[in-house]
Design a protein around this ligand. Structure first.
Ligand SMILES: Cc1ncc(COP(=O)(O)O)c(C=O)c1O
Length: 388
């Protein structure tokens, strides 16, 4: 046994790419997390939108255990009944336009797939994304992600990506050319500060894509699986030609997917993944979807999100500029840097996230109770209304 602590070991042996909190998390149950000192926290981060069904769900644990013993891995050159069942299930719960699925292992990988499928379908190279958009950090996804901070150390970027202001149809339509293959957008920009898309904007984008033969890719890696009050946020907006999902798809096990319309074309063998659609992740996803449906977690996110937003908007605080969100995806924009407030909130036992310099982001597990939300509200009031 090493005499060093987890913090010392990680700091010594891992590449320092994550800005770390001084907290060692060891256990989770429902919307609660526990550190190595046995201290309890209310989770309002869900591992950045992963744990929608809560931590330590027995049904997912059982499904993983049983599937690993039956068959943990099965490369997609062979058929597998669990993957087959998940493919059918995902298509059945997705918007009608989406009829096929490609399985992968993460959000960035889902975006990589979608960008490649956009080009293989159209034969064109140009893809339009939004300023403040976030799509992951592998090369293709990074080119679509907005932000010099992320791109600059890794130039040159993949060519062909253009960025336009979010929620501004005029600027987007001006950017579309004869070379445009696709448009990739989030419906609620998560990392970019919890900025909710306008329905009319997305309706105009859908119409433009149809008119100009451009594919619409919606990135629901963060908004998927009940987070915004419907299974997919696009149910409240428009149907895409491709839908990228990951994070909470498999109840906490790494998995991503691209759901595609029949229009999407990709040559045999041109895009594959060893672990994509492995039966272990598929079994976890099936169990997680069953929980989301049976426990009506989307409806719960809608109702609790409305309550949370209403209560937050009534907080009197000289620090708060705006409270915004959809379902249980909530941003509190401050008039100052949010880092110190986030630190204080965590010290008071609530795990929250930053989204840019000035926004506190709340992504609680959808199983969070009203009582837990009230406790979170008390902490937020203590920190944000201090001195008012
Ligand atoms: C909207 C969106 N797309 C893509 C990604 C990338 O996902 P991953 O970290 O699994 O690669 C994220 C991650 O936060 C995201 O929020």
């Amino acid at each position: 046994m090493s005499p060093l602590s987890a913090k010392e070991l990680e700091d010594r042996y891992e590449l320092p790419v994550y800005p770390r909190r001084d907290l060692v998390l060891v256990r989770g149950k429902g919307a609660k997390l526990y550190d190595d000192q046995g201290r309890e926290y209310i989770d309002c981060a869900s591992n950045v939108g992963v744990s929608n069904i809560g931590h330590g769900h027995e049904e997912v644990a059982r499904a993983i255990h049983e599937q690993y013993l039956a068959l943990g891995n099965c490369y997609s050159m062979f058929y597998n009944p669990v993957r087959a069942k998940l493919a059918e299930k995902l298509v059945s719960v997705s918007p009608p336009r989406l009829q096929r699925v490609f399985f992968c292992n993460s959000g960035a990988e889902a975006v990589e797939g979608a960008l490649k499928f956009t080009r293989s379908t159209s034969g064109k190279g140009e893809i339009i994304a939004a300023m403040r958009g976030f799509h992951g950090k592998t090369y293709g996804a990074l080119a679509a992600t907005w932000g010099e901070e992320y791109q600059k150390p890794f130039v040159p970027m993949m060519p062909g990506l253009k960025h336009v202001p979010f929620n501004n149809f005029q600027k987007l339509s001006e950017a579309v050319s004869g070379e445009t293959a696709g448009i990739i957008l989030e419906l609620v920009q998560g990392e970019g500060g919890v900025r909710v898309g306008d329905k009319v904007y997305f309706e105009q984008v859908r119409e433009l894509c149809d008119k100009r033969g451009v594919l619409l890719i919606l990135d629901e890696v963060q908004t998927g699986f009940g987070r915004t009050g419907t299974l997919f946020a696009c149910e409240q907006y428009v149907e895409p030609d491709m839908l990228c999902v990951a994070k909470s798809l498999a109840g906490g096990i790494p998995m991503g997917a691209v759901l595609c319309s029949d229009a999407v074309k990709v040559p045999m063998k041109s895009h594959t993944s060893t672990f994509g659609g492995n039966p272990l992740a598929c079994a976890a996803a099936l169990a997680s979807l069953e929980v989301i449906e049976r426990e009506k977690l989307s409806e719960r996110a809608k109702a609790l999100g409305e309550y949370f937003l209403t209560e937050l908007r009534s907080v009197k605080s000289a620090k708060i500029r705006e409270v915004r969100g959809l379902g249980l995806m909530i941003g509190i924009e401050l008039k100052e840097k949010a880092g110190p407030s986030v630190q204080q909130i965590i010290e008071k036992g609530v795990i929250v996230l930053l989204a840019g310099a000035t926004v506190i982001r709340l992504l609680p597990p959808l199983v969070i109770t009203k009582e837990e939300i009230d406790q979170v509200l008390n902490v937020l009031k203590e920190v944000l209304a201090a001195g008012c």
